[in-house]
Ligand binder design. Structure first.
Ligand code: DGY
Length: 431
């Protein structure tokens, strides 16, 4: 990519962020995802930071207006109702949720991978003078978010999800066993909207959706009470995405605490706890970090792109390197979201094969930090090539690069600006 003129694509990426800007928050893409999503928004902030640092902080501030009193940051904030998306606020029914307290922003009742503190820290480091006044009031809120994760979701040290949407990897094979254990009886009649925006072959199946909605109703019936959900839900899966992003964020929160002169002891305890939890996700049979169904104790047996976030989590662990080498060797476009030699590989179907730029960003940056320089360079080059040849798609087929899912996608544009573009390398995304 050395001789490549990045300027037109940089301009297009900035245009996409502005196109998807709804005033203080950014939608992932118009139509398919018309609200503010938690981890999409954190990446939007990272993208904005490459050309408008104040707008980057505004994105984070708006996301935290949806934080519940118990510290949870929801995965969707429904700032303005849009009938083109299902399930909307009426289905979630979080008005009377137990942890919500005084928060008045309509939202879902679950969370998402906690990348916010890490990306806020990256944005701060790009311009500490501009960031300090913004970070100081946000810091206690970020801390409360992670205190909630540890209290509500980290009983084994690894961080669990209560719904596949919390992992962000909605239909990953990681959840197949737990999803098969759900008999979706009593699901209220519904009409999917996603397949009116995107080819159904690229989206989760109806079997998945019935269970997605069943799990929403299950938690809604318990007023989103974390204790009741933990005790009664058939779905409780320890997830590498949440575990490694939480671990990374805890380390970044510790750096923030140091910078702001705050106490670090509580965060040190979280790091120790999460590191022990991460170890419980090591699956010697696959040679990779894996999801674990806490209801059965079984590993999923899934080698996914989340398996390779351990370096992003700050683990100096060489054990996954052999499996990483195998996956890179098999992939024309890295990193596939599921092992191309695995029995469930589906090159177009969302998280069962396709490549996602945000996962590549985290995986490769973690690898670079831990000395896996060649692997990181390969993943960055593949990400750049996919975007140059196929545009700012939501995700890409790892076999031929076919763009899939939504187009003009916020986080793909953001990752381009912050990292994959040849012009990146300084500022918030700089490596
Ligand atoms: C969707 O609607 O597909 C989202 O991934 C849920 O968060």
């Amino acid at each position: 990519m050395r001789d490549f003129d990045a300027a037109p694509l940089d301009a297009e990426a900035r245009r996409i962020l502005q196109l998807n800007d709804r005033g203080g928050y950014t939608v992932p893409t118009a139509g398919l995802y018309p609200y503010q999503w938690n981890w999409d928004s954190a990446f939007a902030a990272l993208g904005f930071a490459s050309f408008d640092i104040s707008r980057a902080w505004a994105e984070i501030e708006t996301l935290l207006t949806g934080q519940w009193d118990n510290g949870m940051v929801p995965h969707i904030l429904f700032h303005r109702t849009d009938p083109g998306y299902f399930p909307g606020p009426d289905v979630w029914g979080t008005e009377t949720a137990l942890g919500r307290g005084t928060c008045s922003v309509p939202s879902s009742g679950i969370s998402q991978p906690p990348v916010l503190a890490s990306l806020a820290w990256r944005i701060y480091r790009a311009d500490p003078a501009a960031g300090r006044g913004r970070l100081v009031p946000l810091y206690p809120r970020l801390l409360a978010y992670h205190r909630w994760i540890i209290a509500a979701r980290a009983e084994t040290g690894a961080v669990v999800i209560t719904h596949p949407w919390e992992a962000g990897r909605d239909n990953a094979p990681d959840w197949d066993e737990a999803m098969a254990g759900i008999e979706p009886l009593g699901v209220e009649p519904y009409t999917r909207r996603d397949t009116s925006h995107v080819d159904a072959r690229m989206r989760p199946t109806k079997e998945d959706y019935d269970r997605f909605i069943w799990l929403v109703q299950f938690a809604r019936d318990r007023r989103w009470d974390e204790a009741a959900i933990a005790a009664e839900s058939p779905f409780r899966v320890a997830d590498p995405t949440l575990t490694f992003t939480a671990l990374r964020s805890a380390r970044d929160l510790k750096a923030m605490a140091h910078e702001l002169g705050e106490d670090e002891a509580e965060i040190d305890g979280w790091i120790t706890h999460l590191e022990a939890g991460a170890e419980t996700l090591w699956n010697p049979e696959t040679g990779a970090y894996d999801a674990k169904n806490l209801r059965t104790g079984n590993f999923a047996g899934s080698v996914s792109n989340a398996s390779f976030l351990s370096w992003w989590g700050g683990l100096a662990d060489d054990r996954p390197r052999a499996t990483l080498a195998r996956i890179l060797g098999q992939s024309r476009h890295a990193l596939p979201s599921y092992d191309p030699e695995g029995p469930k590989f589906d090159s177009l179907r969302y998280w069962r094969g396709p490549v996602w730029a945000v996962m590549n960003f985290m995986a490769a940056n973690g690898m670079a930090e831990q000395g896996l320089t060649e692997e990181a360079a390969r993943i960055r080059a593949d990400t750049a090539r996919l975007i140059v040849e196929n545009g700012f798609a939501e995700y890409f087929d790892p076999t031929d690069g076919t763009p899939a899912g939504g187009a003009t996608f916020t986080w793909t544009a953001a990752v381009w600006l912050a990292w994959a573009s040849p012009s990146a390398g300084t500022g918030a995304g700089g490596r």
